[in-house]
Design a protein around this ligand. Structure first.
Ligand code: NDP
Ligand code: OXD
Length: 306
C-alpha cells in the first residue's frame, strides 16, 4: 500500500514517521511532482497539481476538520474525502469558547484594567439569563461546545441544517429558523463549515438580529464573516465585542483594523489545533478499516460540501 503526504504549512517528516510506525507494511513518502500513483493521501491544502497527478486515490485524509480548501479543487470522482473527526479538537474548542464567553460575561478585561490602574473596584453581577449563547453548527465541535456552555448554566441555543436533540440546548434547524435562533441569542459562536451556503453568513443583517450588546465568537472560517459589517456594528454600539480566531487573510495583515480595535480580541487560528499523534492514530485506523471493506466515519458528502 502506498501512502503519500502533501501537507502545506506543516512539516511532513513527523507525519511520515508516525504513519510508518503504525502501518509498517505501507510505503509512506512525502509527495513530489512526478511520483507514482498512491492508494491513500494525507493532505492539508494540497495544490491542484497534486490531485491532477493522483487521479487513482482511494481516499484523501484531511488533517483538519474543515475541508473547504479541498472542496474548491477539481477532485478525482471516486476518491473519498475524509475529515478529522474530533481527534482531540472538540475539547480544545470547548475550552476556547467557554473562556471567551466567560471572560466577556464576567468582565475580566475590565477588572484587568482596574487592577493595572491600582483600583479595587466591583462591577454589578450579571445574570446568565441575560446572556443566552447561540452555537451555529451543531456537529462534532459545535455540540461539544454547546454542552460545555450548558455546564456553566448559560441558556444555550444551537442551529444546524438538520434537527438535533441535545440535553440542555434549545435546538433550531434550517434556514426558516435562522432569524428566530439569532434573535434568541446575545452571544453568537460560529462553528459552521465553510460552504457556498454559509459564506458571508455573519453579515450586517444577521448580526443586527442578535440581542443588543451582542458578542461574536468566530472560530470556524474567516470567509463566514463580512469584516466591515462587524466593525460597523461594533462601532455603532449594537455589538459589545468579538473574539476572532479566523480571518479572510491569514496571517492577519499588519495594517488590518482588527489588530487595534478596542472591542476585538484576535488569536492566530489556534482555537483547536490538529494533534498529530491523535490524528495519525485516527487516520491509520480508517486506512485499516477501508482495506477490510469496513465503513468509516468522517467521509465528506460532496454535494453538501462538508
Ligand atoms: P461538522 O461537519 O461535524 O459540523 C458541521 C455542523 O454545521 C453540522 O451541525 C451541520 O448541520 C451544520 N451546518 C452545515 N451547513 C449548514 C447550513 N447551511 N445551515 C445550518 N447548519 C449547517 O464540523 P465540525 O464540527 O467538525 O467543524 C466545524 C468547522 O469548524 C470546520 O468546518 C472548520 O471550518 C472549523 N474548525 C476551526 C478550527 C480552528 O482552529 N479555528 C479547528 C477545527 C475546525 P447537520 O448536523 O445538520 O449536518
Ligand atoms: C481545521 C482547522 O479545520 O484547524 O481543523 O481549522
Amino acid at each position: 500500500m502506498n501512502i503519500t503526504i502533501c501537507v502545506a504549512q506543516t512539516k511532513a517528516a513527523p507525519w511520515e514517521e508516525g504513519f510508518r510506525a503504525l502501518l509498517p507494511e505501507a510505503h509512506v513518502s512525502t509527495w513530489k511532482p512526478g511520483d507514482p500513483q498512491a492508494d491513500h493521501a494525507i493532505v492539508w491544502s494540497p495544490p491542484q497539481a497534486f490531485l491532477d497527478e493522483q487521479p487513482g486515490l482511494k481516499a484523501m485524509f484531511n488533517i483538519g476538520a474543515g475541508v473547504d480548501a479541498i472542496m474548491k479543487l477539481r477532485l478525482p470522482p471516486q476518491t473519498l474525502v475524509v475529515r478529522l473527526d474530533d481527534a482531540g479538537m472538540s475539547v480544545q474548542m470547548a475550552e476556547y469558547v467557554c473562556h471567551a464567553v466567560i471572560r466577556h460575561f464576567r468582565e475580566f478585561d475590565g477588572y484587568e484594567a482596574d487592577i493595572a490602574a491600582g483600583q479595587w473596584s466591583y462591577r454589578k453581577p450579571r445574570s446568565r439569563a441575560d446572556w443566552p449563547v447561540g452555537v451555529m453548527g451543531m456537529g462534532v465541535l459545535g455540540e461539544r461546545v454547546a454542552r460545555a456552555l450548558h455546564v456553566f448554566e448559560f441558556p444555550v441555543h444551537g442551529w444546524s441544517r438538520t434537527p438535533k436533540a441535545v440535553e440542555g440546548v434549545v435546538c433550531h434547524a434550517g434556514i426558516d429558523r435562522f432569524d428566530t435562533f439569532l434573535s434568541s441569542c446575545r452571544v453568537l459562536v460560529n462553528l459552521l463549515p465553510l460552504t457556498p451556503d454559509t459564506e458571508n453568513i455573519l453579515n450586517r443583517k444577521s448580526l443586527a438580529r442578535l440581542q443588543a450588546g451582542g458578542y461574536v465568537i468566530n472560530v470556524a472560517r474567516g470567509a463566514h464573516l463580512v469584516e466591515d459589517d462587524l466593525i460597523h456594528l461594533l462601532d455603532s454600539g449594537h455589538l459589545s465585542g468579538a473574539t476572532l480566531d479566523v480571518f479572510r487573510t491569514e496571517p492577519l495583515p499588519a495594517d488590518h483594523p482588527f489588530w487595534q480595535h478596542p472591542k476585538v480580541t484576535v488569536t492566530p487560528h489556534t482555537s483547536a489545533r490538529t494533534l498529530r499523534d491523535e490524528s495519525i492514530a485516527q487516520i491509520a485506523g480508517k486506512i485499516v478499516a477501508l482495506s477490510r471493506g469496513e465503513p468509516i466515519a468522517g467521509v465528506v458528502h460532496r454535494d453538501r460540501g462538508y
